[in-house]
Design a protein around this ligand. Structure first.
Ligand code: MN
Length: 213
């Protein structure tokens, strides 16, 4: 996803702060990106500042080798490195809420693995709404191009040795509470209109090419 190393730099949103209205208003998106996501970037850099040997590792390498990191750094890298990875995929995976549907290989795979795009949506919504506490719901693919819906807790990432994430929705309260209060299901329903299917489809095709390589 990214090959940068320490010090990690906060990525700007790939659209304007009002681009996701009315699903996500300016205040919600500004706090989420400029405060919450920034804190994960800053805290990841803070912990890595004490470990020169970790400063050459990419974010993905750090997250795939948590068990091998110095014990005192593991929890912080897991929480803050995961926070950076997850938010970058989340923000990058959205666009203005104007009609876009899955096409090409990803659309075919959604139909093959879930019955229809709508059935996938129902299962994805269920995963996002039912996630207890703070976490994420994901659409991922394995090394054979099969699609799966997953949930992770806190800022945990899917097993990146096995799965390539294609889409993710943040169901921490900070992602929606300013605008939706406790109505997580309404936020998730709106998120489906924000999905950047072009980018998700490109990620899927890249994963398929890796499989053939
Ligand atoms: Mn978040």
């Amino acid at each position: 996803m990214r090959e940068e190393t320490y010090p990690f730099v906060m990525r700007p949103l790939p659209y304007e702060y009002d681009a996701l209205m009315p699903v996500l208003d300016v205040e919600t998106l500004t706090f989420h990106h400029d405060k919450h996501y920034k804190t994960y970037v800053d805290q990841l850099n803070n912990v890595l500042a004490d470990y020169p040997e970790l400063q050459k590792m990419s974010l993905k390498e750090l997250l795939m080798n948590l068990d091998r990191l110095p014990a005192a750094a593991q929890t912080s890298v897991r929480n803050n490195g995961g926070g950076v990875y997850n938010h970058e995929l989340y923000f990058d995976g959205m666009k203005s809420p104007v009609g876009q549907m899955p096409v090409g290989a990803l659309e075919e795979a959604l139909v093959r693995d879930f019955g229809s795009v709508n059935q996938w949506k129902e299962q994805m919504k269920q995963a996002a709404v039912s996630k207890f506490g703070s976490g994420w719901a994901w659409l991922v693919t394995d090394g054979n191009g099969k699609l799966f819906i997953q949930q992770t807790s806190n800022q945990d990432v899917p097993d990146l040795e096995v799965y390539t994430p294609l889409l993710t929705v943040d169901v921490w309260e900070h992602a929606y509470y300013l605008q939706y209060q406790n109505r997580r299901a309404d936020y998730v329903e709106g998120w489906f209109d924000l999905i950047n299917w072009k980018k998700a489809g490109r990620r899927y095709e890249e994963a398929l090419q890796k499989k053939e390589a």
